[in-house]
Every structure is written in structure tokens, then in C-alpha cells.
Write a protein that binds this ligand. Structure first.
Ligand SMILES: [Zn+2]
Length: 270
């Protein structure tokens, strides 16, 4: 079987060696994992997740009287935090998830994406996605890369025409650096093609349905906080997993169609 996330990781490691704009990335602090997602459903092919943002400033939700503007109630004080993710001896700062089999198939490669690579094979769209997700990592501060508007102010968006064009340039730069074709070969196949060639697709994924996400934690008010005099609503917080480690990761097989029962035991990858 082919271990898809291991192949993506090997490709990413080669990309950061050959593309100077991504050379600041430390692959030891980036986790690649897979999530299940059908090719015939809407959804992302891949996502970049930041797990190194510092805790937010303490705050609370509040409700106002529409007429008087006075606070009528507020929530407990809380902060939002990133979970701690460790793999082996490495603390993880970013995770890039790939949706399988959707990422492998990319049946609906957009006209815009095709136009970026005229005359090139369809699998280039997958390389574009991989570099796109790495480019989301901010080189200067923890978090997702901020997009500057033409006037120099920061946009609330994560993408811009310049972002997409930068990715095209990095894809071209990587391919013209004469990478080993064997490192890229797995991108040539859709999910059925991979299954036919390798007998199946396995990938690193999180045990169960949850994966590391930012969570809310109730806190005592800061000593210098001004505390409004109004009723307090307790926060109704789901139980958050705050630490993830090797024991939360498994290698399991992915299938073209969803299965009722998910194989969670470790699968040996060839
Ligand atoms: Zn993006």
C-alpha cells in the first residue's frame, strides 16, 4: 500500500529545499495528516492549521438592552488557546490536512486553476495545492500569512491574486529545479489509480473524529479588569482535548467510498 501522507511529506521536504521563499519552514514542526472526504462532495482539498498562536486576551461575551444600551448579562471570562501537539520529540506549530480521496481526484479542477497551468497535466493542480498550503504559513510571526492590500494595510482575507500568482511561480521554480520525478510520481494517479497500483491507500490521521483545534477555556478575571455589574452566564463549553501526541495518531486505510465502520488499527504501509 502507499502511505499518502508520507509521500506528501517527502515532497514537501524537497520543496522547502528547492524553493527559497519556503526555505524558512522547519518540516519537523509541521504535521501532515489526512481526513476523510468524498470526491463528489463540496469541501476543501487541503487545509493549513496553525497550532502555535498564543492565548487570546481574556474577555467575555455580553448582551445589551437594545433601548438603553446597558449590559444585561455577560458570560464568564474566557481565553481561546491552541492545543499542544507533539510528535516524537518535536512540538508542532502547523498542520496541513489532506482530504482523501478528494485531494487525489480533484475532479473539479477549476477553470481558473487550469488557466494558471496551460498545457500542463491535471496533476499539477495537486502540486499547486501543496505549495499553496505551505505558503499560508507566515514567515514572520505565528499564524496564517496576512494579505496586504494595495495601500499597505492588512486584509482580513487569506488569499489575493498575488498569493495565487506567487504559488504558480513557486510551482514553476520547483519543477525547473529538476526534482527527482519519483518524488512527484504519486501525484500522477487519482485514488482509483493509486489503489490499482499499490493495492490501497493508507495515511496518518487522528484517532477518532477530533483533531487539534483552538478551544475556549474559562479563566478568572484579570486582577486589573473592570468587571461590569450584571448577571453572569456560565460558559457551556464542550470538553476540549488540550494535548495531542503520538498516541493520538494512527495510520489507517482510506477508501473511495465512506465505510460505516472505520478501521482504526495500525496498518503496515509498504
Ligand atoms: Zn488557501
Amino acid at each position: 500500500m502507499i502511505n499518502y501522507t508520507a509521500h506528501v511529506r517527502r515532497l514537501m521536504s524537497d520543496i522547502v529545499l528547492r524553493v527559497p521563499r519556503l526555505s524558512f519552514l522547519d518540516m519537523n514542526r509541521i504535521l501532515v495528516f489526512a481526513r476523510a472526504g468524498r470526491a463528489d462532495r463540496e469541501g476543501p482539498y487541503a487545509t493549513c492549521h496553525c497550532v502555535c498562536l498564543p492565548s487570546s486576551e481574556p474577555g467575555y461575551y455580553f448582551w445589551r438592552d437594545q433601548t438603553t444600551g446597558a449590559l444585561t448579562r455577560r458570560s464568564e471570562w474566557f481565553v481561546t488557546k491552541s492545543p499542544i501537539v507533539r510528535v516524537g520529540s518535536n512540538q508542532i506549530d502547523y498542520m496541513v490536512s489532506f482530504t482523501l480521496p478528494r485531494f487525489c481526484d480533484q475532479r473539479r479542477v477549476s477553470a481558473r486553476k487550469r488557466a494558471r497551468y496551460p498545457g500542463h497535466p491535471v496533476w499539477m493542480a495537486k502540486l499547486d495545492t501543496i505549495i499553496h498550503e505551505l505558503y499560508h504559513i507566515d514567515p514572520h510571526q505565528p499564524g496564517i500569512r496576512r494579505i496586504e492590500r494595495a495601500d499597505g494595510t492588512l486584509s482580513t482575507k487569506c488569499h489575493s491574486p498575488a498569493f495565487f500568482q506567487d504559488v504558480v511561480e513557486m510551482v514553476t521554480q520547483y519543477l525547473t529545479s529538476s526534482p527527482d520525478p519519483e518524488i512527484l510520481e504519486f501525484l500522477h494517479y487519482d485514488f482509483a489509480g493509486l489503489t490499482a497500483r499499490y493495492g490501497g491507500v493508507v495515511a496518518t490521521t487522528f484517532r477518532g473524529a477530533s483533531y487539534p483545534r483552538r478551544y475556549v477555556e474559562a479563566v478568572v478575571p484579570p486582577a486589573d479588569a473592570s468587571i461590569p455589574d450584571c448577571p453572569v452566564e456560565p460558559l457551556d463549553l464542550p470538553r476540549a482535548v488540550t494535548h495531542f501526541g503520538d498516541g493520538d495518531l494512527v495510520t489507517r486505510r482510506f477508501f473511495a467510498e465512506p465505510r460505516r465502520t472505520v478501521a482504526r488499527r495500525k496498518v503496515r504501509a509498504a
